[in-house]
Design a protein around this ligand. Structure first.
Ligand SMILES: OC[C@@H]1[C@@H](O)[C@H](O)[C@@H](O)c2nc(CNc3ccccc3)cn21
Length: 446
């Protein structure tokens, strides 16, 4: 007889979104041009020519969406703040109307009994900062810390749960290695500097929070367990490079004080020597780690695939619409690996979810059995990690709403709630109803 999972009474159940993916109104109320607004309007960058000019129209429909959150039984909501609404040029002139949207959002969430969990930077920022060198510019760390400090003071008393960065690895890999995200031009030699300045900015923001903030502050990383396709030494070496590149590049410095040795192998002559005092700063302690988990990858050696010289070996298993393998045990693997290698800090699953080819709404229902199964199996894995002593404090489903899936546009639907474009009509999917029952039963229905 298997015992039914039971999550702690204070476990925080939420859903997550990000500003550019849902808000729309990119230039409203004095907002500046963002990197993603400019990039998405560059022909050929986004599937189907999609962009975030309307998205889910959340900037205008946030009260309706908060009512949806209440109907789903959410206890918390993870959202991001659009820097370009606050400082249209990136620094200097503050735009009060832009700040006001987040004051209204936080007040409405608190009034609804939903914990606001704000991410300061989820990839969108003023295009002006990219024009001044972006994250590769050493001053970007201070630009970020100054922006963060302004928000800590402005939202004091309204927001007590903060994350500095969402997935710095993606900002660097997609933005500076691939060029698939802004700045949009591959700049291999700049990537290590961008990564380093993101970490410096995170630490400076934490120091600003210690001075003028209240509550908890953390960092959100994407983790993806890596497995070798074979026991051959070359595949084992590819595994070590791939694992270091995606999973250790940022966590080793913040928790262990230095970069993985594989980084010098991957970047070769383009791997810089950083000042020792930077590593002391980057180790600034914070309060929790957010982990975004979606899938795992099986890798083999592939010398032609620069810079990591690895290749994915597609598995005979279920895959999502993103062609990501469904691998629930990988969530437990990530959680236990972080506890074993790095820290006993509180952990949150800050993103977990899947895109599937959902059917349209019929009579107010959207049947998404594969997403129900995905959530069920990953929540079981999360509970298994809890049972092994991981201090897991909460779980945020990605995403509350179908939304703008970056370079994929609107064709990939991750939401618990379907959004029909362009009307913006919201329809809770079966997975939303399932998630509500999970929250109500503290996991007993899993
Ligand atoms: O792709 C789904 C979500 C995305 O919508 C979120 O904005 C972002 O935080 C997010 N991160 C991942 C996982 N990380 C990742 C790894 C490799 C390439 C792209 C994303 C998935 N997602």
């Amino acid at each position: 007889m298997t015992t039914k999972p039971s999550f702690p009474a204070d476990f925080l159940w939420g859903a997550a979104t990000s500003a550019y993916q849902i808000e729309g109104s990119p230039l409203a109320d004095g907002a500046g041009v963002s990197n993603w607004h400019r990039f998405a309007h560059r022909p050929g960058t986004i599937a189907h020519g999609d962009h975030g000019d309307t998205a889910c129209d959340h900037y205008r429909r946030y009260e309706e969406d908060i009512q949806l959150m209440r109907e789903l039984g959410l206890q918390a909501y993870r959202f991001s703040i659009a820097w370009h609404r606050i400082f249209p040029e990136g620094r200097g002139r503050l735009n009060p109307k832009g700040l006001d949207f987040y004051l209204r959002l936080a007040d409405a969430l608190n009034n609804a009994g939903i914990v606001p969990c704000a991410t300061l930077h989820h990839w969108d920022w003023p295009a002006a900062l990219d024009d001044q060198g972006g994250w590769a510019h050493r001053d970007s760390a201070q630009w970020f810390a100054d922006y963060a400090h302004t928000l800590f003071r402005a939202l004091d008393g309204r927001v007590k749960h903060w994350a500095t960065l969402n997935e710095p690895w993606v900002i660097v890999h997609a933005g500076y290695i691939e060029g698939a995200h802004p700045p949009g031009v591959p700049a291999f030699a700049k990537a290590p500097h961008a990564a380093h300045n993101l970490l410096r900015g995170h630490a400076l923001a934490v120091q600003a929070f210690r001075a003028d903030g209240a509550g908890q502050i953390g960092l959100v990383v994407n983790l993806e367990p890596k497995f070798a396709a074979s026991a051959k030494p070359e595949d084992q070496a590819a595994l070590a490079r791939s694992h270091a590149y995606m999973n250790r590049w940022f966590l080793d410095p913040v928790f262990l004080g230095g970069y993985p040795e594989e980084m010098a192998d991957i970047f070769g002559a383009d791997w810089p020597r950083f000042p020792e005092e930077d590593f002391k700063l980057i180790r600034e302690p914070f309060d929790f780690l957010g982990i975004n988990y979606y899938s795992r990858t099986v890798v083999r050696d592939e010398p032609a695939n620069l810079p990591v010289r690895d290749a994915r070996v597609r598995q005979r298993a279920e895959h999502t619409a993103m062609d990501w393998e469904v691998f629930p045990e990988g969530l437990k693997t990530c959680l236990t690996w972080v506890k074993q290698r790095y820290t006993t800090l509180p952990l949150y699953v800050t993103e977990n979810g899947a895109a599937f080819a959902d059917p349209p709404a019929v009579a107010g229902r959207v049947a998404d059995p594969r997403r129900v199964a995905y959530l069920r199996d990953h929540l079981r894995a999360a509970h298994a990690a809890l049972a092994e002593g991981v201090d897991l404090k909460g779980y945020f489903a990605w995403s509350l709403l179908d939304n703008f899936e970056w370079a994929h546009g609107y064709g990939k639907r991750f939401g618990l709630v379907r959004v029909d474009y362009p009307t913006g009509t919201r329809t809770p999917k079966d997975s939303a109803r399932f998630y509500r029952r999970v929250i109500e039963s503290r996991g007993a229905v899993l």
